[in-house]
Design a binder for this molecule. Structure first.
Ligand code: 5RP
Length: 234
C-alpha cells in the first residue's frame, strides 16, 4: 500500500480557511484580512454569505474578491466595532504575537484588527516560530524617510531593503513604500512595536503585538490545531 500523499502548504491553508467559519457568528459585520490563506476563507464564506451582513476589508485585493462573491464591503468608518477579524500571518509565536505584511497590507490590517473584539489567525504550520524575526519584517514607510529608517534598523543589527515590484518600489494601497528587514530577533514584540512606530516616517511596523491574536487555527497534517491566547495577562 502506498503512503498517503502529504498535504501541500496550500491544502493546509484551505483547511484553516474553512475552519475559521466556525468562529463567525450570524448577522455580524466582520473584518477580513489579506493573503492566500484568507482567500480560502473567503471562498468558504462565499458559500454561506447570508451568514454575515458584510465585511470591512483590509486591502483593495480583498475588497475586489469580496465584491466578486456578492459580499457587501463597509468602510471602516461606518462601523464602530467588529465581532471578529480573520487574517493570516507570516509568523506567529506561542504568545500570539505575529509578523504580518508579506502581502503589503499591514497598515489596513492593523486598523481593521484594532476595530475587532477578536483576532482569529489562520496559518499553516510553517508560520509557527518561537521568536519572531525569521521572516523579513515588513515596515510601511513614507518614502522621504526611507534612508534614515534603513540606518535606524542598521543600528539595531538589521538589514532593511525597499520591496520592489517590476524593478520599482512597490506602492501600497496607501501610496507608501515597504521595507523588509532581515537579521532581527524580536524578543520583546510589544516594546519593539512601540519603539519602531515612534520613528518619524514609519506608517506601520509589521509586528502585531498590541493587536495580537486571540486564537490561532493552525493547519497541520493531523488536522486543525486550535491554540488559544485568551486567559490571564490579556
Ligand atoms: C498580508 C499578510 C498576510 O496575512 C501574510 O502575508 C500571510 O499571507 P499568506 O496567507 O498568503 O501566507 O500579512 O499583508
Amino acid at each position: 500500500m502506498s503512503a498517503a500523499t502529504p498535504m501541500t502548504q496550500d491544502e493546509l491553508k484551505a483547511l484553516v480557511g474553512r475552519a475559521a467559519l466556525e468562529h463567525i457568528g450570524h448577522g455580524h459585520i466582520i473584518g477580513i484580512g489579506t493573503g492566500s490563506t484568507v482567500n480560502h476563507f473567503i471562498e468558504a464564506l462565499a458559500q454561506q454569505r447570508e451568514r454575515i451582513v458584510g465585511a470591512v476589508s483590509s486591502s483593495e485585493a480583498t475588497t475586489q474578491r469580496l465584491r466578486a462573491h456578492g459580499i457587501r464591503v463597509f468602510d471602516a468608518n461606518e462601523v464602530e466595532e467588529l465581532a471578529v477579524y480573520v487574517d493570516g500571518a507570516d509568523e506567529i509565536d506561542p504568545r500570539g504575537f505575529m509578523i504580518k505584511g508579506g502581502g503589503a497590507a499591514l497598515t489596513r490590517e492593523k486598523i481593521v484588527a484594532a476595530q475587532a473584539r477578536r483576532f482569529v489567525c489562520i496559518v499553516d504550520q510553517s508560520k509557527w516560530v518561537q521568536t519572531l524575526g525569521r521572516f523579513p519584517l515588513p515596515v510601511e514607510v513614507i518614502p522621504m524617510a526611507t534612508q534614515r529608517i534603513i540606518r535606524q534598523f542598521a543600528a539595531l543589527g538589521g538589514t532593511a531593503r525597499v520591496r520592489l515590484r517590476d524593478g520599482a518600489p512597490l506602492v501600497t494601497d496607501n501610496g507608501q513604500h515597504i521595507l523588509d528587514v532581515t537579521g532581527l530577533a524580536i524578543t520583546d514584540p510589544p516594546a519593539f512595536e512601540s519603539m519602531v512606530n515612534d520613528w518619524p516616517g514609519v506608517v506601520t511596523v509589521g509586528v502585531f503585538a498590541h493587536q495580537r491574536a486571540h486564537v490561532c487555527l493552525m493547519g497541520t497534517p493531523e488536522g486543525v490545531r486550535t491554540i488559544s491566547f485568551d486567559g490571564p495577562g490579556r
